[in-house]
Design a protein around this ligand. Structure first.
Ligand code: AMP
Length: 550
């Protein structure tokens, strides 16, 4: 890339820092009466406006200042998607402290590890998580107090949690007179730890600048396409990668926000979609599977839902078809990761694709898509040599951009960049139009006789079979080929398919040597804290599986 000249002529634009507080200020000033609706842990539905949210965020900011929280210090949250969590998002980052969202699905020991590593000063939590907090609180070295996000009458009569405070008492005791401070836009704003399936989790430390830029880019029409005419329900949790940035991009656009709280089963999500006339949502495939199954069982249709973003793991084309063809819902397949804030690519059509048949369009949409502006990507071989964009050559996927980490929090793991690029750990192809398709996570790829077999394709084919609910493919030991694919299948309730019939279903859809060597039917697939199927668990469980001899 060309070097900057020695003395560039500087632009003469205002140097206003890109700060997260400006998003909630904007929402208050320009969309103040637009609603935020929350299904609360208390069980009821709560409604208020962006103006109310901004006011309470300022009250919380005063409360945090009163507790002695300083710029740059971390404040943890363990909470569902809800209005109080949203207030914490703005109060903590807006006042210059760092919002540390903690995944409550982690083991108490891991939560304590993360809270200590982050040096959290306070932890705010939803009352659902009282037992979790009681389990790890005494292991926290830096936390000065815990704040239960509820009313006084929800406070436990006795508890082992040291210095437990009531959120609503803090809000009530503090004024809304608070000026959001101005500071360097590169200051840290929030911290999210990776899922850490191997080793300890590592922290991705976002900045105000990276968050605001990500919010602009992710709201664009060929990204999440959020506007003031939308009603958005983030199913993706605010405790993992900031709910894909929706708590920022939704108020930025003025859309109505609907928070589902802890109720993420098919019925609860469907009822909320209908009651609040949700137009747009975002989530991982496992959650949508619950919704689609519930709707199929009860022969239900959507009355307002138009578009959904699916990512976090590969969206099976069968799921995309169900949304598009049975429900008229557009699916945008997105890819990203904690280290990328998280959005990297989105799959949408271009003018030249509009004349294609439904199947032709599906072939484009099934890919993880093109980079959204701000993200650049490339694929390389193991020696780091860049590979062609031909849609079939696959290699290690590397990315760069202003909302991609340059190093982990506290420099854990040392230098992570390779010549300025972040290695994602994913294996992918990129076609001539720049559409990227994930073949696999590099550690999940099956190495058979020196060749690679991508498991996502194998799973997608199985999931297109009418009797299959979920499928996961892993490599198991083979004396001749080192590894061969074993397919693990969960059948739909009331449906049946034999191993032979399912193997025959692969014929003509894939190179013959990719076909799984065996299929095992199981009751459920293990799912991790971020909704992904835990293949390491499956590999452990089936490590002694003996494949049939050909
Ligand atoms: P996390 O940091 O927990 O969000 O996980 C990021 C990883 O999830 C990526 O590196 C991918 O391996 C996987 N992932 C995310 N989105 C997709 C997708 N659309 N298709 C396939 N894998 C995905």
């Amino acid at each position: 890339m060309a070097q900057y000249p020695q003395s560039p002529t500087m632009g003469q634009m205002m140097d206003r820092p890109l700060l997260i507080s400006s998003i909630i200020e904007h929402a208050d000033r320009y969309f103040g009466s637009n609603e935020i609706v929350s299904r609360r842990v208390e069980g009821d539905i709560h409604r208020y406006t962006y103006r109310d949210c901004h006011k309470r965020a300022r009250q919380l900011a005063n409360a945090l200042a009163g507790l002695g929280v300083k710029m740059g210090e971390r404040v943890g949250t363990i909470a569902w998607n809800g209005y109080r969590h949203m207030e914490a998002y703005y109060a903590i980052s807006g006042s210059g402290a760092v919002l540390h969202t903690i995944n409550p699905r982690l083991h108490p020991e891991q939560v304590a590890y993360i809270a200590n590593h982050a040096e959290d000063q306070y932890i705010l939590f939803d009352m659902t998580f009282l037992p979790l907090v009681e389990a790890f609180a005494s292991h926290c070295n830096t936390v000065k107090g815990f704040i239960l996000m509820g009313d006084r009458d929800r406070m436990p009569a006795t508890t082992t949690i040291p210095n437990l405070m009531c959120y609503e008492d803090l809000i009530a005791a503090n004024s809304a007179e608070f000026e959001w401070p101005l500071f360097d836009e590169n200051a840290a704003s929030s911290l999210c730890y990776t899922s850490g399936t191997t080793g300890n989790p590592k922290g991705a430390l976002y900045s105000h600048r990276s968050t605001v830029l990500h919010s602009y880019a992710s709201a664009m029409p060929d990204s999440l396409n959020v506007s003031a005419r939308d009603t958005v329900l983030p199913v993706v949790p605010m405790f993992h990668v900031n709910a894909w940035g929706l708590p920022y991009s939704v108020p930025l656009t003025g859309a109505k926000m609907v928070f589902p709280g802890p109720a993420l089963d098919g019925k609860s999500i469907y009822d909320l979609f209908e009651a609040e006339q949700v137009t747009f949502s975002a989530g991982v495939p496992t959650v949508w599977l619950g919704l689609l199954t519930y709707m199929a069982q009860n022969e239900l249709k959507f009355s307002s839902f138009k578009r959904t973003v699916i990512g976090g793991s590969a969206c099976p084309p069968a799921m995309m078809r169900a949304f598009r063809q049975q429900h008229g819902v557009e699916v945008v397949h997105a890819w990203g990761m904690t280290e990328m804030s998280p959005l990297g690519t989105c799959g949408t059509l271009q003018t030249k694709h509009l004349g294609l048949s439904e199947e032709g369009q599906m072939a484009v949409l099934a890919k993880q898509g093109h980079a959204i502006f701000g993200v650049d990507m490339k694929i390389v071989d193991d020696a780091g040599v860049e590979l062609p964009w031909d849609g079939s050559t696959y290699g290690n996927l590397l990315v760069r951009g202003p909302w991609i980490i340059s190093s982990y929090f506290k420099n854990e793991g040392g230098d992570v960049l390779v010549d300025g690029w972040f290695p994602t750990g994913d294996v992918a192809t990129i076609d001539a139009d720049g559409y990227m398709q994930i073949t696999d996570r590099s550690k999940d790829v099956i190495k058979s006789g020196g060749e690679w077999i991508g498991t996502i394709d194998l799973e997608n084919i199985a999931m297109a079979h009418p009797a299959v609910l979920q499928a996961a493919c892993i490599g198991v030991f083979h004396p001749k080929w080192d590894e061969r694919p074993l397919l693990l299948v969960v059948k739909k309730t009331g449906a049946d398919v034999t191993k032979e019939a399912l193997l025959a279903f692969y014929e003509g859809k894939i190179a013959k040597w990719w076909t799984p060597d065996d299929i095992a039917f199981i009751d459920a697939l293990p799912v991790g804290a971020t909704g992904k199927i835990l293949k390491n668990k499956l590999r452990e469980q089936f490590k002694d599986h003996v494949l049939p001899t050909a």
